[in-house]
Design a protein around this ligand. Structure first.
Ligand code: FAD
Ligand code: SIN
Length: 533
């Protein structure tokens, strides 16, 4: 067991939020960044469409704020929306300084359009913006001697007062216990402040565009340590994930619709080959907010017993399509689909976790010493439905805000006390790894079937009973066997599933992403579904 407390701040996660925080903090402090798996394994590297910011003379902050509030269906916190949107141009400037090669039309940034946006305001790097951002942030962090990057460390739990040698039992957070995924050892990493930037929980659903590691670890860890969690029922489903029997989670960016793509019924059914969005949102059609388009696709697929609907941009010139979407075109070509000539089969899939660990405008959680930023958090920006391309933006703004608050309040943060080492008594390796995998699949399947795009109270209650049964089994595993990444993730996945179901059952209305047939209308005043541990 090695023990290192030489870092000032620990950042858990190396995506857009974690690295933004680390880079700002490194102006003054020594920062340790931990990542589960590789340093590029989060959602950030997979982002396609781009980043929303008011950069065009014909656009205003007020427009972007209104669009965000409309998409969020009255659940956003206005001060957060204003804070993030007003800081967006500066965040883009910082990325440009770090070398992100945003697309340009001659001397000005090229702005694309996505659903719910009243103006063109999405900066992008072709259709692979996330990869360019991840690379630039990583290069900047690697070049900074105040930042230590440690991949293959899966945080298990937050270290709090109950882990102190001289037990204080306080909620003060001192860092994390983390599994070295290569050696199998568990180490205690301590610091004066900790930032959770662990991303979302998409993999709690059977079909998701999110990477394998999006298992809600940060949300579950913060909840177990005593922090409030909110808006977990607001799970965003993207309308257009590729339907393919081999490739299950390839996103077809919303920018395809932004640049003129149409949703159509496939041939062979009444209305085959024709657009259908006029029946769901006659004014905005394919550019309606994501919840409306995803529900429309889901409705048509179920109504007609289809496997998918079509997304068609083949009416645009082939050079235009290839120039705007080179990576998607390449991937589809590999799979035998020519998007310049034929429609793309698409289905809705889980895409983004709007809820998370409740934070204030400085990224502070309920627990002293613990901050959160990015998809793990609920800052008030997205409300009941995230506006496209506002997520990366939130990561940059809140990663930096958390860092600035820590630097400003540095003298208030004590040195961590002596911490008890990880309990090494659970040395037995489980010979039932297969059970962990099966339970994981079971959770993802019932969450998809019972807690998906359209919900009912009965189905939610059914999901809750399943979770209660599995909880006993998983806790027994966790209590008796050596921890592995799969076991850590399964425990967190189950915890996150429970939070989603409990939030969904606490809301007696349909709002934004939460559609429940028993309560189809939206209440005048939204209910408060913040969960308190
Ligand atoms: P992530 O980038 O997901 O990073 C999480 C980090 O935490 C990773 O380093 C991971 O290893 C680490 N981690 C997780 N658990 C642990 C643990 N237990 N211990 C240690 N480390 C841990 N948003 C936009 O604004 N524009 C887009 O165009 C866009 N396109 C998208 C396309 C796809 C396919 C997907 C899935 C999402 C897209 N999003 C987009 C959403 C956006 O990419 C994410 O919300 C955002 O990147 C989240 O960043 P993050 O830093 O919060 O987390
Ligand atoms: C997309 O490119 O469609 C994803 C954009 C987002 O999730 O904000």
């Amino acid at each position: 067991m090695s023990f290192d407390s030489s870092y000032d701040v620990i950042v858990v996660g190396s995506g857009a939020a974690g690295l933004s925080a680390a880079i700002s903090l490194a102006e003054k402090h020594k920062v340790l960044v931990l990542a589960k798996g590789t340093l590029t394994g989060g959602s950030t590297a997979w982002a396609q469409g781009g980043i929303a910011a008011v950069l065009d003379a014909g656009d205003t902050f007020a427009n972007h704020i209104d669009d965000t509030m409309v998409a969020g269906a009255g659940l956003n916190r206005r001060e957060t929306v204003e804070f993030v949107i007003e800081n967006a141009p500066e965040a883009i400037e910082r990325l440009i300084t770090m070398g992100v090669p945003f697309n340009k039309d001659e001397d000005t940034l090229h702005l694309t359009r996505e659903g719910g946006h009243s103006h063109r305001r999405i900066v992008h790097v072709d259709d692979a913006t996330g990869w360019a951002v991840q690379e630039a942030l990583l290069k900047t962090a690697e070049a900074n001697s105040n930042i230590t990057l440690l991949p293959h460390r899966a945080a298990i739990d937050l270290i709090t007062g109950r882990h102190e040698e001289k037990f204080s039992g306080s909620g003060r957070v001192w860092g994390v216990y983390a599994l070295d995924q290569q050696s199998g050892d568990v180490e205690a990493y301590t610091a004066r402040a900790t930032i959770l930037a662990t991303g979302g929980a998409g993999r709690v659903y059977l079909f998701s565009t999110a990477p394998r590691g999006a298992t809600g670890d940060g949300i579950a860890m913060a909840w177990r340590a005593g922090a409030r969690v909110s808006n977990m029922e607001m799970m965003q489903f993207h309308p257009t994930c590729l339907y393919n029997l081999e490739v299950k989670n390839f996103l077809i960016t919303e920018a395809v619709r932004g640049e003129g793509g149409h949703l159509k019924l496939p041939p062979g059914v009444t209305g085959g080959g024709e657009r259908f969005m006029q029946r769901f949102d006659a004014e905005r059609m394919e550019l309606a907010p994501r919840d409306i388009v995803a529900r429309a696709n889901d409705h048509e697929i179920k109504r007609l017993g289809l496997d998918y609907v079509h997304l068609d941009i083949s009416h645009k010139p082939p050079e235009f399509v290839r120039e705007h979407f080179p990576n998607i075109d390449e991937k589809l070509t590999e799979l035998g689909i020519d998007m310049t000539k034929e429609p793309i089969p698409v289905v809705p899939a889980q895409h983004y976790t709007c809820g998370g660990v409740l934070i204030d405008l400085k990224g502070r959680t309920d627990l002293p010493g613990l901050y959160a930023a990015g998809e793990v958090s609920e800052s008030g920006l997205h409300g009941a439905n995230r506006l496209a391309s506002n997520s990366l933006l939130e990561c940059f703004v809140f990663g930096d805000a958390a860092a600035r608050d820590i630097m400003a309040r540095w003298d208030e943060f004590d040195e961590p006390p002596a911490i008890r080492p990880w309990d090494e008594s659970r040395v037995t390796d489980s010979d039932e790894e297969v059970v962990i995998k099966q339970t994981w699949t079971e959770i993802r399947r019932f969450m998809w079937n019972y807690v998906g795009i359209v919900r009912t109270t009965k189905r939610l209650e059914r999901a809750r009973s399943r979770i209660a049964l599995l909880r006993e089994e998983v806790e027994e595993y966790y209590g008796n066997f050596r921890v592995t990444t799969d076991l850590i993730e399964l425990r967190n996945l189950l915890q996150t599933a429970e939070l989603i179901v409990n939030s969904a059952l606490a809301r007696h209305e349909s709002r934004g992403l939460h559609y429940i047939s028993d309560y189809p209308d939206m209440l005048d005043e939204p209910e408060d579904t913040v969960l308190v541990p």
